[in-house]
Design a protein around this ligand. Structure first.
Ligand code: TXA
Ligand code: MG
Length: 351
């Protein structure tokens, strides 16, 4: 299939292009588009046949439900009810990087929800994304626009790499500002529960209701046959081709340990090191890439997936990564890093 690729100017979004891409969605086709979290691969959320094409193009497991993207808060027809707490979260954080889970209405096909009785809904803050949803005249179901299992794309080049030739349209125009997928909060239970950490942090949500909690199982290796509440959390994810190992604990000891592993393996392995601005000059060997300043976790989050992808491009055999403190945005960053590593933490030194 020929894929039409258009890079929009965010400061002057071409209406005819948005309308053309919206028409592709209306006609049951697929469009990759930017959002503030990661790029999405969109189809008409209410059209079962269109949604099936997403699963095919990504090679996505059939039991992994899709998030439905909307352009405003009028979601009454998509859900059975909107609990008060959901209304509060929406009025504070929509549009933005947070998905809420509701009991779904009959309008949402089972293919979109992968057979669940619930549906995840999000209003992105990206203007291009919202204009596209408006032009399509329908909610857009969109997983991240990567081949299943690879790190999510935060730049149009990564979408092109994964999906060119497989879908009708790729819209570019902005790098994803957050770079980590949305926080997911299950609002069908009381108190609500965080199923995937993201840029809207536990600490921020606790200001609305301090009983909100994180589903603890998401930070450890899933046991065999374990069924997480967000089905996607059980798959190996965000993973570059080479194995990833995280070294956690005291930073000086981390640096020493990474250097020791690199030196032991240098003869037969090409090793990538995920470092930070503060530490990057302390690794004399290996291919060192910095995620940014440790004190600016938003930069670290924004760079993480593209750094993981960059190691694929140079074919390293092993990736060693520093760790981050599991609080605030650090919780989401560590969740993605741990998943990319299959939860392999080589060394934990102290707390
Ligand atoms: O930031 C995002 O959320 C991005 C952009 C494109 O909006 N989308 C995204 O979609 O990350 P995806 O498909 O890569 O991840 C969706 C996650 C999966 O883990 C899935 O299992 C979970 O959301 N999910 C979707 N619907 C759900 C539901 N009804 N109940 C529980 N988990 C759900
Ligand atoms: Mg994904």
């Amino acid at each position: 299939m020929d894929t039409k690729i258009i890079i929009l100017d965010v400061n002057n979004i071409a209406r005819d292009i948005i309308n053309e891409a919206g028409q592709v969605i209306k006609d049951g086709g697929l469009v990759a588009f930017p959002t503030e979290t990661v790029y999405g691969l969109g189809a008409n959320a209410l059209d079962k046949n269109a949604v099936e094409k997403i699963f095919k193009a990504k090679g996505r497991p059939q039991d992994n439900p899709l998030i439905v993207h909307v352009a405003n808060c009028n979601i009454e027809n998509l859900v059975k009810e909107v609990p008060n707490i959901a209304n509060e979260i929406m009025s504070k954080y929509w549009p933005g990087p947070i998905t809420l889970i509701f009991n779904k209405s009959e309008l949402i096909p089972d293919t979109t929800s992968a057979g669940l009785k619930t549906v995840g809904i999000r209003m992105p803050s990206s203007i291009i994304a919202r204009k596209l949803i408006e032009a399509a005249g329908t909610p857009i179901a969109a997983p991240s626009a990567n081949i299943s299992g690879r790190p999510s794309p935060t730049e149009v080049e990564s979408c092109i790499e994964d999906l060119s030739g497989k879908i009708e349209y790729i819209l570019g125009g902005e790098k994803s500002q957050i770079g980590l997928e949305s926080t997911i909060v299950d609002c069908t239970c009381n108190p609500p529960c965080i199923l995937r950490p993201g840029a809207i942090t536990l600490e921020m949500l606790k200001e609305i209701d301090d009983r909100i909690y994180i589903d603890k199982s998401i930070m450890s290796k899933p046991k065999k046959d374990f069924k997480p509440r967000a089905p996607g959390m059980k798959y190996r994810h965000y993973a570059p081709k080479a194995p990833v190992k995280i070294i956690s604990g005291d930073i000086e000891k981390t640096i020493a340990k990474i250097n020791e592993i690199v030196q032991t393996n240098m003869g037969n392995k090409k090793i990538g090191i995920i470092a930070t601005d503060e530490t990057k000059d302390k690794y004399p060997y290996g291919t060192v890439v910095s995620l940014g300043n440790r004190k600016q976790l938003d930069t670290v989050g924004r760079n993480l997936f593209e750094v993981l992808r960059s190691f694929d491009a140079i074919d390293v055999d092993l990736i060693l990564s520093e760790a981050f403190e599991e609080k605030g945005l650090g919780y989401a960053i560590m969740n993605r890093l741990k998943k990319s590593a299959g939860f392999d933490i080589t060394l934990r030194i102290g707390k």
